[in-house]
Unconditional design. Structure first.
Lengths: 196, 211
């Protein structure tokens, strides 16, 4: 049956739930495009034959192939679009620098798209707040205090805070830090927010 | 419960399909029994049971929903779509008797979605199908909502097992509401947590290391 390859792509995305990004399936994509090409060529010969010899009984077959072409197109568009949604989410969850194992799963065009998205987001955030700029990825939950208690979950090296103090983030050490400084690190799982 | 920044394209409501929704694409891949009403030359290889070059008129075969929908025309008879078993009279009686005992996951898992899509094909039974779908949903909804709001911190696999895809989505949104309410009651709503996406990636990394 036609369009099985395209369905494989969709199933692959559906399987990796919670917005994880599976590796870009370039091979699968190429196979679908090949199938579309051969469908198109078959249709072209049938259309020519139907026109020149007046063989109208070929029309149902042409229509069937045309449906398959449209279906393949839909699957590919959905595949690429859903991946873009996932990549966009990565910007909000990980911050502007992605870990290598995630970046590895993107194709060249997606890497390019990600950096363009980063740029647009950054220039939008700079334009906010009367020329001061505003980081809208911060304070996703309304803050109750400026400083919070955090515990390190792994060695992360040194961290410099606003007043110039350098803090060594060592595994299992606890610190009292400005909230905006550690929010991203908590999201990345380096620090843990300790509630008293 | 933290907010997710990845929001997949929502499936369409009712008879509509959403072009980019992965769920709707999977739904429209469900197979329907059909009968061809004209011949399809040079496509004999699609029908495995015969060796002929064409698909002759009057062949009974199964086609995915998207293809049946694309080929179906009201004016010109290209193919006629038969109802899958679960939407026929016999099963409708079962659903009307007690919708709660039916295992919709086994029947479907897109019982409601496929049922709504069946309404695209002109069939005299359409009003009854629509009515049964609605009554089944209403009949099961109360129990579904009850269990999603009361199963806190337990294994829900037995509760979800027999649900249709639509019901599963409702169940999990009920659960996430319950969880955020509980964390608010414990005063943990303002706690910053690691993103579930990041945590999942880490889990997989550990799995990769263990052979």
């Amino acid at each position: 049956m036609f369009c099985e390859k395209a369905m494989e792509l969709i199933r692959e995305l559906q399987r990796s739930n919670e917005g994880q990004l599976p590796a870009f399936n370039e091979d699968g994509l190429r196979q679908v495009l090949q199938e579309m090409e051969s469908l198109y060529e078959q249709n072209q010969t049938d259309v020519n034959e139907a026109k020149s010899d007046g063989r109208s009984e070929l029309i149902p077959s042409i229509k069937l192939r045309h449906c398959c072409l449209l279906r393949n197109q839909r699957c590919l568009t959905a595949y690429l679009y859903d991946r873009l949604l996932r990549i966009r989410a990565l910007r909000w969850e990980y911050g502007s620098v992605l870990p290598a194992n995630v970046r590895f799963h993107m194709c060249a065009e997606e890497v390019q798209w990600f950096s363009q998205y980063k740029k647009s987001l950054a220039s939008f955030m700079r334009s906010l707040g009367g020329g001061e700029g505003l980081d809208i990825t911060q304070d996703m939950k309304p803050p109750k205090s400026l400083y919070i208690q955090v515990r390190c979950l792994k060695d992360h090296g040194e961290l410099e805070i606003d007043d110039g103090t350098v803090i060594l983030l060592k595994k299992n050490s606890q610190h009292f830090l400005p909230r905006w400084k550690c929010e991203q690190l908590i999201r990345q799982g380096v620090l843990e927010h300790v509630m008293s | 419960m933290d907010t997710q920044s990845y929001l997949p394209v929502k499936p369409g409501v009712g008879m509509e399909e959403n072009f980019l929704s992965l769920d709707d694409i999977l739904l429209s891949h469900e197979r329907l029994p059909i009968r061809t009403e004209c011949s399809f030359p040079r496509l004999g290889f699609l029908e495995k049971s015969s060796d002929s070059h064409d698909i002759p008129e009057g062949t009974k075969m199964e086609l995915p929903l998207w293809l049946s929908k694309g080929l179906y025309e009201k004016k010109r008879r290209v193919l006629s779509v038969e109802l899958p078993k679960v939407y026929r009279e016999g099963w409708r009686t079962v659903f009307n008797a007690d919708p709660n005992v039916v295992d919709l996951h086994k029947m479907g898992p897109y019982y409601y979605g496929l049922g709504s899509q069946m309404l695209h094909f002109d069939s005299p039974e359409n009003p009854e199908i629509a009515q049964t779908l609605l009554q089944t949903f209403i009949g099961r909804f109360r129990r579904n909502m009850d269990s999603s709001q009361n199963a806190y911190n337990e294994d829900t696999s037995a509760l979800v097992e027999r649900l249709d895809c639509l019901e599963k989505a409702l169940f999990s949104s009920g659960q996430s509401g319950l969880n955020s309410f509980q964390s608010w009651e414990k005063g943990r709503a303002s706690q910053l947590t690691a993103s579930s996406l990041v945590l999942n990636y880490r889990k997989r990394k550990i799995n990769d290391l263990q052979p």
